[in-house]
Design a protein around this ligand. Sequence first.
Ligand SMILES: O[C@H]1[C@H](O)[C@@H](O)[C@H](O)[C@@H](O)[C@H]1O
Length: 607
Amino acid sequence: MRDRKHHQTEGIDDRSLVRVSTSSGIGSSGAAAFAPKRDPGPHKNSPDTPCFIYVLASFSALGGFLFGYDTGVVSGAMILLKKEMNLNAFWQELLVSSTVGAAALSALAGGYLNGVFGRRICILLASLVFSLGGVVLAWGPNKEVLLFGRLTVGLGIGITSMTVTVYIAEVSPSHLRGQLVTINTLFITGGQVVASLVDGAFSYLKHNGWRYMLGLSVIPAVLQFVGFLFLPESPRWLLQKGHTQKAQSVLKQIRCTDNVDEEYDTIKTSIEEEMRESGGGGPVIWRILTNPPARRALIVGCGLQMFQQLSGINTVMYYSATILQMAGVRDDKMAIWLAAGTAGTNFLFTLVGVWLVERVGRRKLTLGSIIGTALSLAVLAIAFLLSAQASPAVTFHPTDPSINATCTQYNFCEPCMLDPGCGFCYYENSTTVFDSSCVPVNPANTEVAVWGSCSNVTQQNSGMFWAYNYCPTSYSWLVLFGLILYLAFFAPGMGPMPWTVNSEIYPLWARSTGNACSAGVNWIFNVLVSLTFLHVAEYLTYYGAFFLYSGLALLGLIFIFSCLPETKGRRLEEIESLFESRLLGILCVVNTIMHCYILNPVTADIV
Ligand SMILES: O[C@H]1[C@H](O)[C@@H](O)[C@H](O)[C@@H](O)[C@H]1O
């Protein structure tokens, strides 16, 4: 009776909660079987939401802001840093990627920390680590100390990225959960916008500008730390750890009512049930792998995070200045400001995602987003293909004074631009490129050539230009259009949904570890894609690279179509039942291999 009443209040009829049969075959399983029997519809009957929940979500999402700020700010800081500290390419790459690498490791470790110490302590720890990292970076007397600072900040990002979404999901009422968790991604993209604005503003401060860029993150970090001293632990974690009275009082506090018995009982019952079903012993990751619904949820969660990164978002976010240069923007400062425009577009369309997530649901939003993402990546690829086909010829082949004379051999700008050792030096009147040559780039400063007319920055006036990493093109508008289209499709769905879905698909006993693994996968693929982008572009050309990302996004579409269930409007405790049926197609194969040949070589039957 109580259950029935509760389900009606939530706007879901009882039939939607019937567990899906595990015996269904491949054809009848998958997405169709996952779909709720009836859409919960708008939340007219939802109780008034106390504003305390928004305070909780906002303070937690400061973690997302720091994640966005610290990953975004480094590109602008590096422009000043490399000159002031005379950093070579290796040190530049190290300072950029060390943060992402450290984030991958700490996200994985975050699962353990979350399980043992709880969400609140982990958020406090992360904000402390962020503050420390910010101070070290602002002080940074040499590159080694800066590396330490970047690693420290990365540790904070990793823990934050897996904890905050879990915390928000666990304290939110189910009708608002998707929206509130998506706000965290809004804060990530907001952090990226602020980072690019700060980069733009301080790029004029040639001396020590980078200290402000890197150090300013201390402010939100301290704010979050102080805020969380006063904010409560997740009631679900408290209950799991047996702190029943505390859990009940926190639930009353965050719902702003004494009438929480029903929710409290639902959580308690499901934790007891989960404990029985999860098999009890052994490390959590092993229990997840041997428990079919949890294992399927893990495959879906990690797959979503992997495809988010394989769709190339961070080639666009980290290399937007380069991509915009290819679109014809030659001035460095202009490129930095326009990159802020790219980050701003990402932010604005994430806002659309926040608005849509509780209206159209996670599945439709993600599917629509990945279809558009794949198409716009193809548009970008076509824009680069057209530019390559119209690539200006090299008209002048000077004699190279060095032994390695590869650059001067190229006949067109395209192969010259793709060779990291060369750049294109040319004159241009309003429409045509003339007197062009391909010459070696100065390894210490890619803004000039080693020798020849483009080796002296002051000479780059009067119609003479140096293009490194790009070619002059008349298809700039198509590249810009592709870029905006890409962000417009990616940001509302593929940006936030992997985080949102992961925060809700695991049973409580597997939630920390599941989120740790999927966040780890996100960071690992982030490093892989962003570190390899320029090399991939070198081997496959720019259009080849974007066709590749488009193809990967199409694979993502198949993946999402076959196995992402709709979780909108369901209580966290109900979501496990969505993974009771088999996964479709290729996923089924992965799942079978894991089950039969890795986990249980003896019983190679039902998965
Ligand atoms: O969801 C976020 C968001 O889309 C960011 O813009 C991107 O830089 C991150 O890698 C991603 O995880």
